[in-house]
Design a protein around this ligand. Sequence first.
Ligand code: PLP
Length: 397
Amino acid sequence: MPGTRGLFIPGPTNVPQAVRLAMDIAMEDQRAPDLPSFTLPLFEDVKKVFKTRSGQVFLFPASGTGGWEAAMTNTLSPGDKVLIARFGQFSLLWADMCQRMGLEVDIVDAPWGEGVPVEIFADKLKADTGHSYKAVLVTHNETATGVTSDVAAVRRAMDHANHPALLFVDAVSSLASIDFRMDEWGVDICVSGSQKGFMMPAGLAILCVSEKALAARKQANSLRCYFDFEDMIRTNKDGFFPYTPPLHMLRALRAATDLLLAEGLDNVFARHYRLAEGVRRAVSAWGLKLCARDPKWHSDTVSAILLPEGYDSAALVRHAYTRYNLSLGMGLNKVAGKVFRIGHLGDLNEIMCLTAVAGSEMTMRDLGVPVEAGSGVAAAMEYYRAQGAAAALKNAA
Ligand SMILES: *Cc1c(COP(=O)(O)O)cnc(C)c1O
């Protein structure tokens, strides 16, 4: 089909030209004496994206899922107890991995459309006076339902209970798009990946690990080899890797980090809020509802939109792709067939988001979903216009 495909899934996201070009390089020598002058500043700058000074960044050739495995095998032992809430496909898969790795997993099931149940966590942590929980796991942004949870509130609950467990956060679909504060929130391991907020292809698991979590690996006897922090620490300190690093991905990470820091993280977060809010205005104008049940859970990186009873969101996603060259996110697992998702993260602006809104609207009308032509587009564009006008007035002042 001529023209550009609209890519509005919540990852992989659009890769900016600067990042694509950064990867188009002749193969490099991974033991070259000047490699550290590239890698050491890269580690430092990626730390800024996590908002950490004392944390250590690890870059594994993997996707986010590999990052989960690295987090757990390096710090926990089989039989260790962890606390996790399950309220969407990604928190579900993380809990599942914990079980497969032989951990004792205390799973709190919350409705799909809500976030981490902080009060329940607080009660459980308070009751756990023997400190049997070794880690508390939080999915910052549940990509399946478009729900963002309050990581700082979980930290407060842990502190309030004086609980020494480690705090692990999956920020795969939030880091570099939604505010995340490793040090301020006392996060011990943050797991992310390259293909969402970092606007790169899939292929790098990007982790940040606190000193406390690094110390925990001394007691942790889970089997680990490829993902062992030890080998990384030993070689990374001089700017090298324990095995052949994917250098084109590191070059891409350099370019992506440069883009993020040049825009300014706060501006990146504000842009994601603005783009998301326009999509949310469109959803209201269509007379539809988000899967996220309360505004406090609205995700600025992905909106999961509930179709009215009797309409199949899988058919909608298929039709958008074949008829309009538009990729939207499907409903996963419990919300399969019920929701479709607009991913609005990464290298995006207002006009691009309007194509997703217009394409969704056309597709819904083709399928007979009763939405008024132009309603969502009008709501989103008027919101975007007003925001632009406010910014322009502020700049002029
Ligand atoms: C995408 C995603 C993952 C899985 O990452 P992969 O890179 O596909 O392994 C995990 N958690 C969340 C919240 C995600 O959005």
